[in-house]
Design a protein. Structure first.
Length: 99
């Protein structure tokens, strides 16, 4: 899947079946369903899942919890626009899935 295809899929009712759980979490977040996004990523215990978990808590405004998850992800806490971070994560995950 390409980034544009992922963005286009946001007009659909359900996420594409072929994407991984991390991308499904980000898809639900983009659709305004933070709770669903969080429930998916809570089950992913690796640095990529921790990065998304950090982003979601940052979006929620819980910066302390976000900091914990950025640390678990091995990443510096983001401070820019949430939309920019979301886009960076999606692009990274799509590229990683294709390699």
């Amino acid at each position: 899947m390409k980034y544009k295809e992922f963005i286009d899929s946001l007009s659909k009712e359900n996420p594409p079946e072929q994407i991984n759980s991390i991308l499904k979490s980000l898809w639900h977040d983009a659709k305004g369903n933070w709770e669903k996004a969080h429930s998916i990523v809570q089950e992913i215990n690796n640095p990529d899942g921790s990065w998304v978990h950090a982003y979601l808590h940052r979006k929620e405004g819980d910066l302390s919890n976000a900091g914990y998850w950025y640390s678990r992800a091995g990443r510096k806490a983001a401070s820019g626009l949430l939309q920019d971070e979301w886009e960076s994560i999606v692009k990274f995950m799509i590229e990683k899935e294709q390699s």
